[in-house]
Design a protein around this ligand. Structure first.
Ligand code: C2O
Ligand code: CU
Length: 462
């Protein structure tokens, strides 16, 4: 089960139109969830005619509720844990105060199983597409369905006809649509992570996404998979990237027409419906060669949309209030990620550790480690992140966003702000940021099985 599985679309029998098409789902409730309740339930992931799948959920569904706020508002959400395991909630990519970061031991005690509660409250300084997920036992907890989108709207959002989120999920199911319970096995941990066999969009296998010719859609893609990387091609369409990890970027076409999304990463697309009414166009994912599959079809209604915005000049969303790193004065550090099968195996292999950061595997036993680096509050830093392995690693820093200034020594075209940078095998990237958020922060690979088997560290801003 270690090599990437081609997602199962049709080898599980299911009735046509079993799952509602995307696009005409009921409009999301504008009223804010004030409570997130974790509980086990069942959901149809694969479609009618197949058994439901036992999943773990926020408020009863996978994904959990899409939380929507305006930039500058305060989020206040109580989390109630009715599951039989401890948990926390991490607000991925949001620059929260340290005590709200949801890292067990390091920033808060775990929210206890069977009735524990914790209230998260913080100001939403940045607009953009974010998400929330547990940061305790995350390979299993995320792998069983605990994730949801957090959308923070600009005060003047770009003019589009529809604003849509696709949360991409990846599941390892057996033929009865049950989750295969081999979480934490060493095979996944030491290779590409838990790559499943069933890809869902907003919690179900989808046949179609319905659109109308002439409309302009802001499509927010969120990769909530434990380990799967997506490389999407929107056949017959020409989407533009307008934000990466929630942060606006100069609108541009993706390199080679493909949209690459590592675990935890987000991309906002401007998708102009330039296709023919009545026709369908495939969205294909071909990240793993020889394992390409159709994610879904873009299905056009018969009617053209009157006054649709497709073809208008791309909007320029206002940047978030991020501090600009001073590259001339920045202090530099090199951080090397090592290990994995086919590499030098770390000493800790015996203890189930497969990966290292600067030569040390850090066990995922509560995250309370001594910081690997201490940054001075307000100072600029350049981190050279080096992937010394044969595997892909999406490296995520908490509490901050960084500019990617070089890749393999070459300046990046867009100097994009990210919170997670995908390092291809044997590559490196330099990222620059101002250490302006005090506290102890995680720096880790977001392949959740890699994080849990050594590829994480703590950095301190003091
Ligand atoms: Cu999305 Cu440390 O995580
Ligand atoms: Cu990794």
């Amino acid at each position: 089960m270690s090599s990437p599985q081609s997602p199962r679309r049709r080898d599980l029998l299911r009735a046509a139109l079993a799952v509602p098409a995307l696009g005409f789902l009921s409009p999301r409730a504008r009223a804010q969830a004030k409570l997130l309740r974790l509980a086990a339930t069942r959901q149809s992931l694969v479609g009618a005619g197949n058994p439901d799948t036992a999943v773990w959920t926020y408020n009863g569904t996978v994904p959990g509720p899409e939380l929507r706020f305006k930039q500058g508002e305060r989020l206040r959400i109580e989390v109630a844990n009715a599951l039989g395991v401890d948990t926390t909630v991490h607000w991925h990519g949001v620059r929260v105060p340290n005590a709200m970061d949801g890292v067990p031991q390091l920033t808060q005690p775990p929210i206890k199983a069977n009735g524990g509660r914790f209230t998260y409250e913080f100001e939403l300084r940045d607009a953009g597409t974010y998400w929330y997920h547990p940061h305790l036992g995350s390979p299993e907890q995320v792998g069983r369905g605990l994730y949801g989108a957090l959308i923070i709207e600009e005060s003047k959002p770009p003019a589009v006809d529809r604003d849509v989120t696709w949360m991409l999920g990846d599941w390892r199911l057996d033929r009865e649509a049950r989750i295969v319970e081999d979480f934490g096995n060493f095979m996944d941990a030491s290779h590409a992570g838990r790559i499943g066999n069933t890809v869902t969009v907003n919690g179900a296998i989808r046949e179609t996404f319905e659109l109308r010719a002439g409309e302009r859609i802001r499509l927010r893609l969120v990769n909530a998979a434990n380990a799967r990387i997506f490389r999407l091609e929107f056949r017959g369409h020409d989407p533009m990237l307008i934000a990466l990890d929630g942060q606006p970027v100069e609108p541009h076409r993706p390199q080679s027409g493909h949209i690459v999304l590592g675990p935890s990463m987000r991309i906002d697309l401007l998708l102009d419906a330039t296709g023919e009414p009545g026709r369908s166009y495939q969205v294909v994912d071909d990240f793993y060669p020889r394992r390409a599959y159709r994610l879904l079809d873009l299905k056009y209604g018969k009617e053209r949309m009157k006054g649709g915005r497709a073809g208008a000049p791309p909007p320029k969303p206002a940047p978030n209030p991020l501090s600009e790193p001073d590259l001339a004065k920045a202090q530099r550090h090199r951080i090397e990620f090592g290990g994995g099968m086919m590499g030098k195996m770390p000493m800790g292999m015996m203890r189930g550790m497969a990966w290292t950061v600067n030569g040390e595997p850090v066990p995922d036993n509560g995250h309370a480690h001594e910081p690997m680096l201490t940054f001075a509050l307000g100072r600029s830093y350049v981190l050279e992140l080096v992937n010394d392995t044969q595997w892909h690693h999406p490296i995520h820093l908490h509490g901050h966003v960084f500019r990617v200034i070089t890749r393999d020594g070459k300046p990046t075209r867009h100097r994009e702000w990210l919170d997670t940078v995908l390092l291809d095998p044997r590559t490196r990237a330099e990222v620059a940021f101002v250490a302006d958020n005090p506290g102890n922060w995680m720096l880790h690979c977001h392949v959740l099985e890699h994080q849990a088997s050594g590829m994480m560290a703590v950095v301190r801003v003091a």
